[in-house]
Design a protein around this ligand. Structure first.
Ligand SMILES: Nc1ncnc2c1ncn2[C@@H]1O[C@H](COP(=O)(O)OP(=O)(O)OP(=O)(O)O)[C@@H](O)[C@H]1O
Length: 469
């Protein structure tokens, strides 16, 4: 295909600042003949597609396929709204307004629905596509996947919603399924689970699903402060209550008024403070240190711990009355080693986020790294996986994360028995089946290939199928 042909005209319509000024200023025109424009289009990180004047898709690059989940051959010839199902297809279509005005339109943020049903936030730009005589013959749209950027934004803002909690495990899915009812109930919630299993994430999701979502979510780590500081942190103090109390300071209960107070590591709460917490929960009044007057508070408490509270109650290191007060709704989050189907899903999610943060373009895990991670015990659960990926990004220059990019000292454990219930699109189910076969075979690639009756290349492709998307 000549650079001056159809694809060349797409290039000249595109807004591609990241390719540098020289790209469009002649460098493109002196393009080596043996490099196809299609190849360049396919190397772009942004999705690019074109339509004719009847809105039939006439070009669809590789990134467009990866972002939408629709193969090029399936997209070509279809109406653009059938492929995109975006929030503005019914009305304010950016491509349509661009064609009607005969001008470029840029950087609108919206979302579209992927083939597998997930909503993807994107920013789009559109331009008319003209023939050599300048007549409009169609339109070109470029779009960028903003999901990783949004993830970072959410992490910074702590604005986690239920759809940000990723899991394919039936056990975790069941918990996610009942979160809306739990949120609506307003009851106290006790979240149990090992460190790093997502207890705070779930607490935030409950808050954001509840009628309290416009009010504060305040988190306190009860294990991080000595008793006297924790007391003043929770209940506040009046000026002069103790030597360093120079002025009045509201406690976390007051700061969370109308919203949710998340008491993390509640099992580490000293006994003397447990009784005070119980009083606040019963009377809905806090008494700041040094004050003789109580302050009314309306707070929903969500508590979490990785300790065995029942055992603590029987040893009398945790008050039974507080335990029963908190244990109205009880959620137990499974450790990562009991949900191996989540390892790849979460790893891809963290890789996506790190790619944005680091500016790198890491495509995924090498199959042997996935095998290794499938056999790792993950005592630190999801947080540990997150840290492993962050570490690997320091050493991995690009391409796939290899064994040598992993931190030292990770120990494999006995293979978990993977969940027999696979869910998702056909591609995902195939990937889960491939990952499960690897786990069953203790990471031995050839044994997994024999079991699945596929070649080594096919296994590699199956494992990486959704990493490319
Ligand atoms: N299912 C999940 N999907 C996406 N991210 C997750 C998931 N579970 C945990 N994470 C991420 O893992 C990290 C640890 O999660 P979180 O802090 O909620 O765990 P925790 O159980 O409260 O840990 P701790 O007991 O140590 O306080 C966070 O960065 C969180 O965003």
């Amino acid at each position: 295909m000549s650079p001056n042909g159809f694809l060349g005209r797409i290039f000249s319509s595109l807004h591609l600042p990241h390719l540098g000024p020289n790209f469009m200023n002649g460098a493109f025109m002196s393009f080596p003949k043996d490099i196809s424009c299609e190849h360049i289009m396919d190397s772009l990180a942004d999705g690019v597609f074109t339509v004719d004047l009847d809105w039939n898709i006439t070009f669809f690059n590789r990134a467009a396929s990866a972002i939408t989940g629709v193969l090029k051959d399936e997209a070509l010839g279809r109406k653009c709204w059938e492929v995109f199902r975006s929030s503005i297809c019914d009305g304010a279509c950016v491509l349509r307004t661009s064609l009607e005005a005969g001008e470029n339109r840029g950087n609108r943020s919206l979302h579209f629905v992927r083939a597998d049903g997930t909503k993807v936030p994107i920013s789009i730009s559109a331009a008319p596509l003209r023939d050599r005589r300048g007549k409009i013959v169609g339109g070109v749209e470029t779009f960028r996947d903003l999901s990783a950027l949004r993830l970072i934004q959410k992490k910074l803002d702590g604005l986690y919603r239920i759809e940000d909690i990723l899991s394919k495990s039936p056990e975790f899915q069941r918990i996610l399924g009942i979160l809306p009812q739990i949120a609506a109930s307003g009851s106290a919630v006790l979240i149990l689970g090992e460190s790093g299993t997502g207890k705070e994430l779930v607490a935030r999701a409950i808050h954001n699903l509840s009628g309290r979502s416009t009010k504060p979510f305040v988190a306190v780590n009860c294990g991080a402060l000595p008793e006297n500081l924790l007391e003043s942190e929770l209940f506040g103090h009046k000026a002069g209550a103790f030597t360093d109390a120079k002025k009045d300071k509201p406690g976390r209960f007051q700061m969370a008024d109308g919203g949710t107070l998340f008491l993390d590591e509640i099992g580490d709460m000293p006994l003397a403070l447990q009784v005070k917490i119980l009083r606040v929960l019963q009377e809905k009044v806090v008494e700041p240190l040094g004050s003789v007057r109580g302050v009314a508070v309306n707070v929903r408490v969500i508590a979490a711990t990785n300790r065995n509270l029942e055992e603590m109650v029987s040893r009398q290191t945790f008050r039974s009355d507080l335990y029963y007060r908190l244990n109205v709704v009880r959620l137990v989050l499974p450790p990562l080693r009991r949900r191996p189907e989540d390892i790849l899903l979460l790893a891809q999610h963290f890789i996506k986020r790190q790619n944005v943060l680091s500016g790198k373009d890491i495509q995924g895990l090498a199959p042997e790294v996935l095998q290794f991670l499938m056999r790792h015990a993950f005592p630190g659960n999801v947080r540990e996986l997150e840290n492993i990926i962050e570490y690997a990004f320091i050493l991995c220059p690009g391409g796939f994360i290899m064994q040598e990019h992993l931190p030292e000292g990770l120990c494999p454990f006995e293979a978990p028995s993977p969940s027999p219930t696979f869910r998702g699109t056909m591609d995902e189910i195939k990937r889960q089946a491939a990952a499960a076969a690897l786990a069953r075979n203790n990471g031995r690639v050839m044994a997994a290939c024999r079991e699945l009756m596929v070649s080594k290349d096919t296994l590699r492709r199956l494992l990486n199928a959704s990493q490319a998307a």
